[in-house]
Ligand binder design. Sequence first.
Ligand code: CAA
Ligand code: FAD
Length: 381
Amino acid sequence: MPIDFTLTDEQKELQKLARRFAREQIAPVAAEYDRKEEVPWGLVEKLHAVGLLNAIIPEAYGGLGLGMLEEVIIGEELAWGCMGIYTIPMASDLGITPILLAGTHEQKQRFFKKLTEKPALAAFALSEPGNGSDAAALRTRAVRDGDHYVLNGTKTWISNGGEAETVVVFATVAPELRHKGVVALVVEKGTPGFKANKLHGKMGQRASGTYELVFEDCRVPIENRLGQEGDGFKIAMQTLDKTRIPVAAGSLGVARRALEEATKYAKEREAFGKPIAEFQAIQFKLAEMLMGLETARTYTYYAAWLVDTHQPHAHAAAIAKAYASEMAFEAANQAIQIHGGYGYMHEYPVEKLLRDVKLNQIYEGTNEIQRLIIARHILKG
Ligand code: CAA
Ligand code: FAD
């Protein structure tokens, strides 16, 4: 069968819906929420109302059952409006994915109901103050006590952690076992012994809430465990093998916005008696931006297709995430350069693009870790 790059009518509709949402609802308030460092809960409610929140939850459990390609299409559009605001639904999908992958029918019914019946978020808590890249070194303890686990420890950098109805927490029953001791537990909002402290002072993506989560003798019922004891690390890895692709999608949105803003400005701004768009040095920057964007988008769609057709995709997700985030960072950088001194000021949207997209090179595994995954894939043969 020939390769077909045509989007279905349904995918085009979703793209139109997300594009309109980003243009009318997100872009006009992006700078304000960035400045205030506040989560725009009203937008979360609107995303829920139009069906763009937690839409990867299967229809049988109250969601839309969207595939990875649809998630990517929506992600590019929302991030065009604001990468920080897009991180809110993106991190919620990250918190949903372990339940999708390893939850029982009963767990899916119970947890997904909380995430579909009203505007609500999920979160994914792997990183800790002492370990991020070395995820198997996690120290949060889960001690079995009858039909409960007792959680003690601290997670950090957890997106949506303070708002989330459900947080998938990765803990260890025996740190000396490294990855073999990891257990994945769904902790529900309001569970005694679970506290979320908001982190302040982020460089970018300031509209997304990032939290330290503290667990002090927090009792989690055994029926909230995903899979078996010892399965947690693989559940986390299999989740990230998917959810790094929506990070790539967000990077596409930022790069497209950078190209649009730079093009508009280059046509308006005059120097030496003509629009700067007439200088070949500026034209080449725009051309490089489009080359990067189109290449990254094609590859990100390919990675999404691998997921949707149930083929191995870990290395492709790593390539898409690293390549697209680096491409988008450079696009934002060049958009500032094309704006000259004005590009350095908050008044124009391009400096925020750079601040926001820097995070795409760090979260969901740094780009060094993506290279480690890609290199292991090569060496494995
Ligand atoms: N799928 C399934 N199993 C996997 C796997 C995968 N992708 N990767 C590893 N495993 C298995 C291995 O097969 C091995 O199992 P066995 O013992 O049965 O052989 C086990 O897991 C341990 O594997 P490794 O020895 O390869 O593990 P490692 O300690 O070297 O770590 C790593 C590998 C890729 C570096 C991993 O630690 C990693 O991904 N680190 C980055 C963490 C990360 O991405 N954090 C993101 C947090 S979420 C976030 O940031 C969200 C946000 O901002 C919104
Ligand atoms: P470290 O692991 O200490 O790494 C420091 C540096 O060393 C990096 O450059 C890294 O690439 C490099 N390095 C480490 N090991 C190697 C190696 N083997 N080879 C080469 N270089 C290496 N985590 C969650 O669990 N859930 C979330 O929702 C979440 N949201 C986040 C939101 C924000 C705003 C931020 C900043 C982070 C978030 N994170 C989240 C955490 C994020 O995933 C980690 O910051 C990231 O994985 C890196 O871990 P670290 O910060 O501990 O850096």
